[in-house]
Design a binder for this molecule. Structure first.
Ligand SMILES: *Cc1c(COP(=O)(O)O)cnc(C)c1O
Length: 225
């Protein structure tokens, strides 16, 4: 068994155990395998071992991997997205998880319609600032979700969040769960939180979508990009 497939097996087992500890099952949790900086050969290996959702942070990298691998799985944009780059991913991206402004949601809607599609998005709730003056407060995140969901080219499917690096993630997970719970049921399908260091904790706090890179593919080498 390759390293990637045995890593994936372990992550899946841990997700299942974390889900079961809060009365849910492995099937309730979606795993997004985060492939930034990793070669297409790694992605093919993960797909062969059962991974179906892949997350990338940079538009150029996402486009070039899609060009090479196509529909090996569903592609998620999880990194900061500039409005002028939406057009490059709109024809194929399955979900854009990093929508943090009305202007970005409007551009996604426009480009989705031009491509004859409706794109699933998550609102990235910026709970990483204790100071709500610089972060996005829960009401703002909810208002953005409701406004974006009225756009014809997007469907809001939930909330994404990233606790600040190195901090105890639990209070942030709690706040993200509250925002998710405040959304209308028909929209609030995904709560995307939890990465390699904290996905089991995130599941205990209500996450149903985890974004895991390092635990599957090993440490990233940004020098070789
Ligand atoms: C890189 C990244 C991940 C995966 O991080 P790991 O610690 O490698 O699991 C998840 N979410 C986002 C938004 C990322 O940028």
């Amino acid at each position: 068994m390759s390293l990637i497939s045995s890593n994936l097996e372990e992550v899946n087992a841990r997700i299942a155990a974390a889900a079961e500890s809060v009365g849910r099952t492995r099937e309730d949790i979606t795993l997004v395998a985060v492939t930034k900086t990793k070669p297409c050969s790694d992605i093919k290996e993960a797909a062969a071992a059962g991974a179906a959702e892949f997350g990338e942070n940079y538009v150029q990298e996402l486009v070039s991997k899609y060009d090479e691998l196509g529909a090996v799985g569903n592609w998620h944009m999880i990194g900061h997205l500039q409005r002028n780059k939406v057009k490059y991913i709109a024809p194929f991206v399955s979900m854009i998880q990093s929508v943090d402004s009305a202007a970005l949601a409007e551009e996604i809607s426009r480009r989705a319609l031009a491509a004859g599609r409706r794109i699933d998005i998550l609102i990235e709730a910026k709970v990483s600032e204790e100071d709500t003056k610089t972060g996005m407060n829960p009401d703002e995140a909810r208002d953005l979700a409701l406004a974006a969901n009225d756009l014809p080219g997007v469907a809001v499917r939930g909330i994404m969040g990233i606790p600040p690096f190195g901090a105890d993630p639990r209070p942030y997970f709690e706040r993200l769960k509250k925002i998710y719970d405040s959304l209308p049921k028909e929209m609030g399908k995904y709560l995307s939180m939890g990465m390699t260091s904290d996905y089991e904790t995130a599941i205990a706090f209500g996450s149903n979508m985890v974004r895991v890179g390092t635990a599957i593919f090993g440490a990233r080498d940004y020098g070789k990009q």
